[in-house]
Every structure is written in structure tokens, then in C-alpha cells.
Design a binder for this molecule. Sequence first.
Ligand code: NAP
Ligand code: ZN
Length: 357
Amino acid sequence: MLLFMPTIVFSEEDCVRNHANELALMGTKAMIVTGKHSSRANGSLNDVEEALKSQNVSYVIFDDIEENPSVETVVKARDMGIKEKVDFIIGIGGGSPLDASKAIALLIANPDKDETVLYENIPLGYIPLACVPTTCGTGSEVTPYSILTLHKQRTKRSISHKIYPQVALIDGKYLKTADRSCIVNTAVDALAHLIESYLNTNSNELNRIYSREGLMMWGQLKDKLIEDKITKADYTKLMHVSMVAGMAITHTGTSLSHGLSYMITYEMGVPHGKAVGMYLGGYVSIYKDSKEACEVLSLLGFESQEAFSDYLDKILGDTEVSKEILEKNAESILSNESKLKNYPFSITKEEILSMKK
Ligand code: NAP
Ligand code: ZN
């Protein structure tokens, strides 16, 4: 059993400004990597800029990261970073900018290599990275994963390298601009991380300290989420659940629901958390160790598998998926060894198809 969680986490109101010195310790010129709008609206970009100015650290901004970021966008940011001679990165936003930041940090540290190295199993370094999350789902501020869109393959895939952020600065106040669907979809993503980590080939009593804690906290928020009664006071809790869920999958990886979500997102544009959530009730119900599946439901406070699936249907709403996509997706996951190996039992195409009602 092994725990390895190297990211320094600061989690408190105003932590970006309070820990400006941590950013200054990371390098001499930063590249801020963010999306097109939200970090301006929720104040996170301004906080980071003020923090850098207070420490006399210069910076440039790349604010063109799209949802489900592509390798092409990462390359554009890499070119800017090399031209501007930046020596560290600050990712701000949801999982998309944070994941992109990791791949950019790797490519900037290896200017003699092109983007094909992202998917090669060779040891490579990366420049330091700090992350400021503004959604409550991916936990990317603490995970080593970076999931990019591969247009040529018409899907998304995790890059081959593990890139740990050096610092995570977590402040729930940035959720104030997130609408209900953003909060719900990303909270369901965190739930999927907790469940797929607990019910996973790589889970053990040591790394379940993360998933247990997260499942209990998610259970305490579930009624507020479905009744749309999330208040400012809950933002910190949502961010905390997302972070521990990230720590959980850092140790185990994700499993079938995540593997099945990528084609749904690529082909239909369904947001990540919603696409994963479509398969989550099914994942618990087909899981062959029913004792462990019951432990998950009990930590969350659901009386039965049916009650859990009904809850997910209600909170996410229905999404019609064509038979053709469902079939193609099931066939493709059966050849996705990296996701199959995290599911500890054998599985058939029929069982996979039964996961999505
Ligand atoms: P996202 O794709 O980063 O952002 C979704 C949308 O929410 C964007 O339009 C964004 O706007 C907006 N947004 C972000 N923060 C906001 C805020 N505080 N208020 C209002 N709007 C806000 O969403 P995400 O679900 O967090 O990330 C999904 C990505 O993360 C996927 O690519 C997924 O594969 C990946 N992921 C990574 C891991 C990991 O371990 N690394 C785990 C799970 C998922 P802007 O574009 O203007 O910023
Ligand atoms: Zn996820």
C-alpha cells in the first residue's frame, strides 16, 4: 500500500492573495493558462494577477483554452510560453484549463520535442505548475492526469505522463458565478471519481481514506444539490469533496464510467460530469462485489441501488443516446485496456450496454 500526494494544498478564503509568496517561489516569469470568460467573471484571474504583481513577478496570459481542450490548443500555448521564456505555469479554471496546463508544462520543458511525446511512454520533466480550480468536479488541481481531445481519433484520452501540480490554491468563492448545471455536472464528476476509486482494482484500505471521506461529505450535500438549495456556505464543502475525490483517483485511476464517457462527450457535446453520470448508476449495479457496492451506497446514504439510479436520473435529466453510439462505445471500451484493468472482474458487451438505461 502506498500513498503519494505531493501537491501542496492551500484551501481557504482568499488563499491566492494570502499565499502570493508561494507563486513567487516557483519561478521568475509565469504563463497564466485559462479559459475565455469565467476566470474574469469569478475574480480568480484578477486575484492571481494581483498576487503576482505584489511579488513583482512578470507574467503573460493565454486565455484561449476551450472545454475538453485539444492537443492543437496545447501546442499554441506551448509556442507562446517558449517565445515568452516563461519558467512556470498557473492554470486557472475548471478541469479543461488545468489539464491543458499540465501538458503545456511538459512541452515547454522539452522544446526540442513535438506534441507526439504527450502520448509516448518516455520519462520527461515539466516546468512547475500551480492550479486554481473554479469548478467542483475534476480535482485536477491535485491529480497527475491531463485528458486531451484527439480530433484525429474522435475521442479524448489521458496523456501518458503524470504531471503533479506543485501548488493548489483552492477557494470556494470562485463558484459564485457557476450556474446550477455547472455545479451539478461537476459535483457528479467528483461523485464518479469517488465511486470509481472505491470500486476499483487498485483500491485498498489506505487509499480509501480519500474516497470514504468524500462519499460521506457528498452524501451530506445530496439533498441540497437536488433541491437546488446550495448556498455560499456549501461552496467550500463542494471544493473539498472535489479535491479529495481527485486524491482518490490519483491513487487508483478511474474506471468504466469515465472510459465510456469520452465518446459521448466527443460525439454529442455532453459535459464531462453529465456524460460520466449517465453510466454511474449502472456501474454500481453491475459491480460484482455487491458487498462493496452496498458500502458505497451506505456511505452516501442511499437505501438501494434503485434509489441511487433514480437520484442520478432526476438530477442530471435524461439524455437520449443513439443505439449506434451505445454499441460503438461498448465495443471501444472492451479494447481500452487502461480502463478495463481498473475494473477487477471480467465484463461482457451486454453488461456494458446494460449500464445505460
Ligand atoms: P471545464 O470544461 O473546465 O469548464 C466548463 C465550463 O464552465 C466552461 O464554459 C467554463 O468557462 C465554465 N466555468 C468554469 N468555472 C466557472 C465558474 N466558477 N463559474 C461559471 N462558469 C465556470 O469543466 P470541468 O468539468 O471542470 O472540466 C472538464 C474537463 O476536465 C474535461 O476535459 C475532463 O476530461 C477533465 N477531467 C480531468 C480530470 C483530471 O484528473 N485531470 C478528472 C476529471 C475530468 P470558461 O471556458 O470561460 O473558463
Ligand atoms: Zn471525471
